[in-house]
Design a protein around this ligand. Structure first.
Ligand SMILES: [Zn+2]
Length: 492
């Protein structure tokens, strides 16, 4: 049997995020059998270049009932064999992951033929997580592309306006699409802008020479913006000590924004620069392979957790640089995660509120209807959340861009909740009822139990979803507002 792949626009899309380590630990055919039989996967989303233990490594918090039960301590880098011909334009040439497990192995060579025979598409995934560890220490020269904070210090992430970094990505993409027969690419960067980083107590970036030049192109003085950010930093530092400003936390925050009017333009400059790199990647892939199917990940901070970021990222704009998107909707993990986010807000701009009040306020603003603050550490968000969020995304992007929600299947690092098989099945159902044209199994096959993987296939079978999605499954009329609520929860 030869190549039986179909273009995703002609079929239901069932993707799985997966790292090289699973194929090495368990065997290529064995893993593909499991994915196909238990979850009806037809799209592999391998982390071929990664520094993310969650996406590319073995499980980190507990071990599921397959694979090796020992830490791999992923260091990360390229898990394909870099072809030096494509790296002439950059100084960042030595990018191979130093992990002993991966030496001499080429991830895409390993899986390409076996996947093709099964009709599975391959969509390499780059996920830059919000963490800055593990660092890219194995790449000589990486220090030169790092961001710079408002105090002039070099920090932990590469700058999206640094020409060397942008060039490096073109090299990596060319290497992928010229040396391998792959079907597309998924771009996913978990980044906050200059103001949002400061709000969350992180180093606020970037004020490097390239970002300052970009600000001047936008028509304003980057130095004035930097001074504003230093004022804002004092505000957040004071707020976190618990000292209440005379006029309250929110009023003081608004005062700093109103008296330092270059704060928002700088945040806007960052946002446009962040999108520009995604557009550069999209256009580069399309030039190399016009029918490649390019996806964008939408981080859960953007679509769900943060009203500033939801406002900043207009979902409809993804039409410019995405054929499909994977909005992250780990609904069970969302409970404890939102609990922590509320705690952060009540130590700064929502410091005038009790945590329970702030939760209600944020739910109303974000159009969420979930468990009260007191229960969130032990309670996930509901499946209705997945339905509503899918429907909102589909309304923004349909029909031009397909939506494949990223569902939590065995996601680790989620606090005191358990993602059950019934939770997984409910999320699969809610996705298709919300108008999705497929789903993405997240975060990584290596952390899901086989029963979790089977829950995906069972839900698809119960809805009679195979190669195609039967008519009538979607409950969403793109022209109409629909919202399901969780009747047993009296939030307000
Ligand atoms: Zn910069």
């Amino acid at each position: 049997m030869g190549d039986t792949r179909k273009h995703p626009s002609e079929r239901n899309f069932v993707g799985v995020q997966i790292g090289l380590v699973s194929f090495l630990d368990e065997g290529v055919e064995e893993v593909l059998d499991i994915l196909e039989e238990k979850s009806h996967v037809n799209a592999l989303i391998p982390s071929t270049v990664s520094w993310s233990r969650g996406n590319a490594g073995r499980a980190t918090d507990w071990y599921p009932d397959h694979g090796k039960s020992e830490p791999d301590n992923l260091q990360g880098g390229a898990m394909i064999q870099p072809d030096p011909r494509y790296y002439e334009a950059t100084h960042l040439k030595e990018i191979t992951a130093p992990d002993p497990l991966y030496q001499g192995v080429d991830f895409l060579e390993l899986i390409s033929e076996p996947a093709k025979k099964r009709g599975m598409g391959i969509y390499p995934y780059y996920c830059e997580t919000s963490r800055t560890e593990p660092r890219s220490l194995n790449i000589p020269g990486w220090v030169h592309v790092l961001e710079v904070d408002a105090h002039g210090r070099r920090t932990g992430r590469p700058c999206v306006n640094n020409p060397e970094y942008i060039t490096w990505w073109r090299c990596v993409i060319e290497n992928h699409f010229k040396n391998y027969d792959i079907d597309g690419f998924l771009w996913g960067v978990e980044r906050k802008g200059t103001m949002m980083l400061m709000m969350d107590g992180q180093e606020s970036t970037c004020f490097c020479r390239y970002c300052r030049e970009r600000a001047r192109e936008f028509g304003f003085d980057p130095e004035e913006a930097r001074r504003g950010y230093l004022e804002l930093e004092k505000y957040f530092d004071r707020a976190r000590t618990g000292i209440k400003p005379t006029d309250g936390h929110l009023v003081e925050f608004l005062r700093i924004l109103l008296h330092n009017p270059m704060i928002f333009p700088y945040e806007k400059m960052w946002h446009e620069s962040h999108k520009d790199l995604a557009k550069d990647v999209y256009g580069t892939v399309k030039w190399l392979k016009p029918d490649a199917y390019v996806g964008q990940m939408v981080w859960q901070y953007i679509n769900t957790f943060n009203p500033f970021m939801r406002a900043q990222f207009d979902l409809a704009e993804f039409k410019q640089f995405a054929d499909w998107i994977k909005p992250v909707m780990y609904h069970v993990a969302a409970g404890p995660r939102f609990h922590g986010i509320v705690d952060g807000y009540t130590r700064s701009i929502l410091g005038d509120f009790e945590a329970a009040e702030a939760t209600k306020l944020l739910y109303r603003v974000l159009q969420l209807d979930e468990a009260p603050y007191e229960e969130l550490e032990n309670t996930g968000f509901s499946a209705e959340y997945v339905f509503n969020e899918t429907a909102r995304t589909v309304r923004a992007l349909s029909p031009e861009v397909a939506v494949y929600p990223g569902l939590g299947v065995g996601v680790q690092g989620i606090g005191d909740v358990t993602n059950t098989e019934e939770d997984i099945k409910a999320a699969v159902r809610a996705s298709y009822e919300g108008g999705a044209k497929g789903i993405t199994i997240c975060r990584n096959y290596s952390e899901a139990n086989l029963s979790d993987m089977a829950a995906v296939g069972e839900a698809l079978d119960e809805m009679n979803i195979g190669e195609s999605i039967p008519a009538g499954i979607s409950k969403v009329d793109p022209g109409k507002e629909i919202k399901r609520t969780s009747s047993e929860r009296d939030v307000f």
